[in-house]
Design a binder for this molecule. Structure first.
Ligand code: NAD
Ligand code: 4PL
Length: 248
């Protein structure tokens, strides 16, 4: 069956579990060759094995430039180069404001914001070298709009991802590359299920326009659209996907 991403190569960071894994599975179902990258090498390999023949796992730390350089060298050797980049890897902390110190702040900015820059720098250079009509899709968070408690550094980093997306769209439009962000609301991912965020569903559902717990597939399906040809005239945008918790 023809898929809407047949012949494309997609890189999804942080795809060993949670939302990233669901995105990788959806893009593979759409026909893309999917590179699953994660700090967790064993988890990434297991995800690739589950997803099947058109998924490969290459471990990398998005916050480490040499690790990302090695990732792209291997992608270059094993695929025709990245058409679609999904910046999904991030740390999702739950930390009281009184415990937020400089070390925490720098770690979160390093992985969640600078990691997005490092991978995007390498991916878009490769897209341009190969003349790709590239797509950069970055997973931000609706916490940027809500100012959600217990994640101050995270909220700041996610706002940075939105600003970066707008600038990137401006810089790369002339090269036929689009850049967009998605802001999920609370999603029942592996990471969230294992954290205190799991206790927030009742409160968040009260704020949503529609009932129910957000699922990784709710985000993966929107990534598929933004990666598809149907979204070719959309760039520099932030698409909020949270059952209407934020209305703007
Ligand atoms: P998760 O914790 O379940 O999975 C995150 C993955 O990223 C893990 O496999 C982890 O190993 C990987 N990772 C962490 N640091 C990395 C690094 N330095 N390099 C490479 N990989 C790394 O998270 P999730 O809930 O699935 O979140 C996925 C994305 O969605 C994140 O960007 C998160 O901020 C965003 N998001 C999540 C929610 C939510 O409620 N779950 C809401 C809004 C946005
Ligand atoms: C509404 O991005 O968007 C908790 C944890 N609640 O990570 C998030 C909401 C969390 C969110 C997020």
């Amino acid at each position: 069956m023809a898929g809407r991403l047949d012949g494309k190569t997609a890189l999804v960071t942080g795809a060993a579990q949670g939302i990233g894994r669901a995105i990788a599975a959806r893009l593979a179902a759409d026909g893309a060759t999917v590179v699953i990258s994660d700090l967790n090498a064993a988890g990434g390999s297991a995800a690739a094995k589950d997803i099947g023949a058109n998924a490969i796992a290459i471990a990398a730390d998005v916050s480490d430039p040499s690790s990302v350089a090695a990732l792209f060298k291997e992608i270059d050797a094993k695929t025709g180069g990245v058409d679609i980049l999904v910046n999904n890897a991030s740390i999702v902390p739950f930390i009281a404001w009184d415990d937020v110190d400089l070390a925490h702040w720098q770690k979160i900015i390093d992985v969640n914001l600078t990691g997005t820059f490092i991978v995007t720098r390498a991916a878009t250079d490769q897209m341009r070298a190969k003349g790709k009509q590239g797509r950069v899709i970055s997973i931000s968070s609706n916490t940027f709009f809500a100012g959600t408690p217990n994640m101050a550094a995270y909220v700041a980093a996610k706002g940075g991802v939105i600003g970066f997306t707008r600038a990137l769209a401006t810089e790369l439009g002339k090269h036929g590359i689009t850049a967009n962000a998605i802001t999920p609301g609370l999603i029942e991912s592996d990471g969230v299920k294992a954290s205190p965020h799991n206790e927030a569903f009742g409160f968040v559902e009260m704020l949503q326009a529609m009932p129910g717990k957000g699922q990784p597939a709710h985000i993966a399906d929107v990534v598929s659209f933004l990666a598809s040809d149907d979204a070719r005239w959309i760039t520099g945008q932030t698409l909020n996907v949270d059952a209407g918790m934020i209305r703007h």
